[in-house]
Design a protein around this ligand. Structure first.
Ligand code: CU
Length: 279
C-alpha cells in the first residue's frame, strides 16, 4: 500500500478483504485527497478574502465584483474532475457489481434474512435445494419459518449472527427482511445491500483473506440498531467444511458432511439485468 492510500486507514476504513475492494479503495483515496485539496484551497481563499477585503482597507463596496475569469475556470475544472470520477469510475464499477454476477455453479449462494436486530442465514445443505419458508411456521426455534413438511428443507442450515464462507470463492447473498428495511453491510468486503421486506436483493463478493470480518446493519432500523452486528468468518476450504458439518449436526439433519463441490446451489432469482458470462 502506498503512503497515499493511508488516508483510507486514517479515516477508519478496515483493510480490504475482497477481490473487487481495491477498486473502491482507489476511488475513495482519490476522492479523499481531492476533497482535501478543495478544502485547503477554498479555506485559504476564504481567509485571504476576509483579510484582503476587511472593512478598514475597503470601506466602500465594489459593485462590479470579480472581473477575471479564474473562478469560472476553477469551477469548470472541479465539475470536469467530478464528471470523470462519476462516469469514468463510479458508474462502471457499480455496473459490474450489479450486472456481472458469477455463474450460479461457481458461487456459494446464501439467503440472508434480516430482522430487528440480527441477521439470519439460510444455507441449502448437501442437496443444494433451499427448503420452502413460510411465515406461519415461524417460532423461536424456527426463526426463518422453514416448512417442516418440505423434504428439500430437511438438510438446510439456519444460523443467526455468524456466517462462515470459504476463501477465494464468490459468495452471492440474497437479502431480504422479516420486518423493516435493514442494510447488510460488510465494510471489509466493500459491499452493502438493503434488506427490504418482500424483496430478494442479491449482492456478491469474493473474499480473498481468511479471518473474521464485521457485519453491520447500515440502515437505522429501530432502537436496537446500534447492536445489530454479526460476524463473517472467511475460512480455508477445510475449515469451512468442518463448520458446515458442525452446523448440520447441530441442526440434527444431515448424517454426512455437506458436499463441498462448488455450488450445487443455483440462484433462485436473478438480478434485474441478466448476468454476463465470464464477468
Ligand atoms: Cu437493521
Amino acid at each position: 500500500m502506498s503512503s497515499l492510500a493511508l488516508i483510507n486507514e486514517f479515516l477508519g476504513q478496515p483493510p480490504n478483504a475482497s477481490s473487487h475492494g481495491y477498486q473502491i479503495d482507489h476511488i475513495l483515496e482519490f476522492c479523499h485527497w481531492f476533497m482535501g485539496a478543495l478544502f485547503v484551497g477554498w479555506s485559504a481563499f476564504f481567509i485571504y478574502v476576509l483579510i484582503r477585503f476587511r472593512k478598514r482597507r475597503q470601506p466602500g463596496a465594489d459593485f462590479l465584483g470579480v472581473r477575471s475569469g479564474i473562478s469560472t475556470h476553477l469551477e469548470f475544472s472541479v465539475v470536469l474532475i467530478e464528471a470523470v470520477l462519476l462516469l469514468g469510475f463510479a458508474i462502471p464499477l457499480w455496473a459490474r457489481r450489479v450486472n456481472q454476477f458469477p455463474p450460479g455453479r461457481e458461487a456459494l449462494l446464501v439467503h440472508v434474512v434480516a430482522q430487528q436486530f440480527s441477521f439470519n442465514y439460510h444455507l441449502p445443505g448437501p442437496d443444494g435445494q433451499f427448503g420452502r419458508r413460510d411465515i406461519s411456521f415461524e417460532s423461536n426455534s424456527n426463526p426463518l419459518g422453514l416448512d417442516p413438511n418440505d423434504p428439500a428443507g430437511k438438510d438446510d442450515i439456519v444460523t443467526t449472527g455468524e456466517l462462515h464462507v470459504p476463501v477465494n470463492r464468490p459468495v452471492v447473498a440474497e437479502l431480504s427482511s422479516k420486518d423493516v428495511i435493514h442494510d447488510y453491510f460488510l465494510p471489509s468486503m466493500r459491499i452493502a445491500g438493503d434488506a427490504i421486506p418482500g424483496s430478494l436483493i442479491p449482492i456478491w463478493f469474493t473474499p480473498i483473506k481468511t479471518g473474521t470480518n464485521e457485519v453491520i446493519c447500515g440502515q437505522l432500523c429501530g432502537l436496537g440498531h446500534y447492536g445489530m452486528k454479526g460476524t463473517l468468518v472467511v475460512d480455508t476450504q477445510q475449515d469451512y467444511e468442518a463448520w458446515l458439518k458442525e452446523r448440520a449436526e447441530l441442526a440434527g439433519g444431515a448424517q454426512s458432511a455437506p458436499s463441498p463441490s462448488p455450488g450445487a446451489a443455483q440462484p433462485q432469482n436473478k438480478p434485474a439485468a441478466s448476468p454476463t458470462p465470464g464477468g
